[in-house]
Design a protein around this ligand. Structure first.
Ligand code: HEM
Length: 176
């Protein structure tokens, strides 16, 4: 077994792009736009929709990951680092799911679904600071950024120091 299942590969790269865009746009455009700005509803609509799609894709990916055969775990000759690599991958799943869950919790507690997607004519609160999931969403986003930086660091290590072309497993190719 050399490569991951093509559906896992497709979802990996789709999620990589969507999560990076979600982090950058959420941290810059969305949270920097005052709730009184008329554009805010549009930004929220985009962000919440993308966040929900990310959650669905992530859950599908997790299911496919367990339902299909994967290449053997990478061995870099150090038990501790091997374990750290495996744990980091599970943490990435968990943190992305928590990211979406905390976003959903902000939306539920601030009545955003009715305001953004529904017919409610209620106005947005001055900001989301009064809702505890908002602080969690911000903290989880920083943890996710750190995990992604570690993930990219591991890729660079494999690609340029160990030169083992590990990334080719996350691309389309022969599976046998
Ligand atoms: C993996 C998916 C998601 C990512 C990567 C993401 C990313 C972010 C980031 C980086 C911020 C700004 C955090 C800060 O600077 O403190 C943010 C804010 C926010 N996100 Fe998400 N988010 C995701 C999913 C969701 C979902 C599913 C919802 C709602 C259904 C949501 C609703 C919000 C709201 C309401 C804010 C606050 C905006 C403000 O303070 O004006 N997010 N998100």
């Amino acid at each position: 077994m050399k490569n991951y299942h093509p559906l896992l590969v497709t979802l990996h790269w789709l999620l990589a792009v969507m999560i990076l865009v979600g982090l950058v746009m959420g941290g810059s455009v969305l949270s920097a736009t005052a709730n009184s700005n008329p554009d805010k509803i549009f930004f929220l609509k985009m962000h919440m929709s993308a966040g929900l799609v990310i959650l669905i894709f992530m859950l599908i990916r997790l299911g496919v990951r367990f339902a299909t055969k994967s290449p053997p775990p990478a061995d870099i000759g150090n038990n501790l680092l091997n374990k750290l690599g495996a744990i980091t991958h599970y943490l990435l799943y968990l943190i992305v799911i928590l990211m979406s869950a905390s976003g959903l919790a902000i939306a539920a507690s601030a009545g955003l679904f009715e305001i953004v997607f529904g017919t409610s004519s209620a106005i947005l609160p001055v900001n989301f600071d009064e809702f505890p999931p908002r602080a969690a969403h911000g903290i989880i986003s920083k943890i996710l950024m750190l995990l992604i930086a570690g993930h990219i660091g591991a890729f660079l290590y494999h690609q340029y120091i160990r030169k083992d072309k590990l990334l080719s497993r996350m691309w389309f190719g022969k599976r046998m």
